[in-house]
Design a protein around this ligand. Structure first.
Ligand code: ADP
Ligand code: ADP
Ligand code: ZN
Length: 214
């Protein structure tokens, strides 16, 4: 099963992608996590990506597309994968379509987690992230068992720098300009499914598994 998670920053893509990956036993590929890991390890890619991420801008397509099209050809992607945060632009979507085309295959579902802008700022200001394993929490709606500590791996939770309110506003603008057109792109491709992302975590998950099947 090959799945794309679409939706605004903070819509809950990552939260749902982790649960889907576990349930269907497919890798969760988050470009945001890949960039953050590169920043942490101070790689050349990380240095370049950080300049854009800190400003709430997208990392250029040239630095992003090959990364993903290479990743999805690795062995663990044989039975499918879930893309979270990619594609984010029409050229990225086209690069993905073409890469899969060459392999004689295509994406199965693009799931749009729909959350209005007015809910996003709340979600982002309470978000706490584990940079070690990629798990995400919310101080009010999805708190960790122990404050500030990741349930899954025990690492310390942090507030992402790009979750500051000014940067969130910028990211939302970028989302509407550059990423939202993908909804139409995948509608035309016939694989778009929309779920109401304002519901509770488990209700959103159920809407998604109803689409994907047992
Ligand atoms: P969110 O979870 O809020 O949607 P991500 O963790 O997916 O955020 O991404 C954080 C930042 O990393 C983005 O604001 C952007 O700068 C960069 N980024 C992640 N994925 C992509 C991508 N596919 N194309 C360009 N930039 C990306
Ligand atoms: P994205 O990957 O789309 O940027 P995240 O999965 O990181 O979004 O979720 C953004 C924030 O909202 C996190 O703090 C997360 O814990 C919280 N969150 C995710 N899904 C829900 C939900 N259904 N209800 C309330 N809060 C949620
Ligand atoms: Zn963790």
């Amino acid at each position: 099963m090959k799945i794309i998670m679409l939706g605004a920053p903070g819509a809950g893509k990552g939260t749902q992608a982790q649960k889907i990956a576990a349930k269907y036993d497919i890798p969760h590929i988050s470009t945001g996590d890949i960039f953050r890991a590169n920043i942490k390890n101070n790689t050349e890619l990380g240095k370049k990506a950080k300049e854009y991420m800190d400003q709430g801008l997208l990392v250029p397509d040239e630095l992003t597309c090959d990364l993903v099209t290479d990743r999805i050809q690795q062995d663990d992607c044989k039975n499918g994968f879930i893309l979270d945060g990619f594609p984010r632009t029409i050229p990225q979507a086209e690069a993905l379509t073409n890469a899969l085309n060459k392999l004689g295959t295509a994406m199965d579902y693009a799931i749009d987690v729909d959350v209005p802008d007015e809910n996003i700022v709340n979600r982002m200001s309470g978000r706490r992230a584990c940079l070690k394993c990629g798990a995400t929490y919310h101080i009010v709606t999805i708190p960790p068992k122990k404050e500030g500590i990741c349930d899954k791996c025990g690492a310390e939770l942090v507030q992402r720098e790009d979750d500051a309110p000014e940067t969130v506003q910028k990211r939302l603008t970028v989302y509407h300009e550059q990423t939202q057109p993908l909804i139409d792109y995948y509608k035309k491709a016939g694989i778009l499914k929309t779920v109401d992302g304002t519901k509770d975590l488990e209700d959103v998950f159920k809407s998604i598994t109803d689409i994907l099947g047992a």
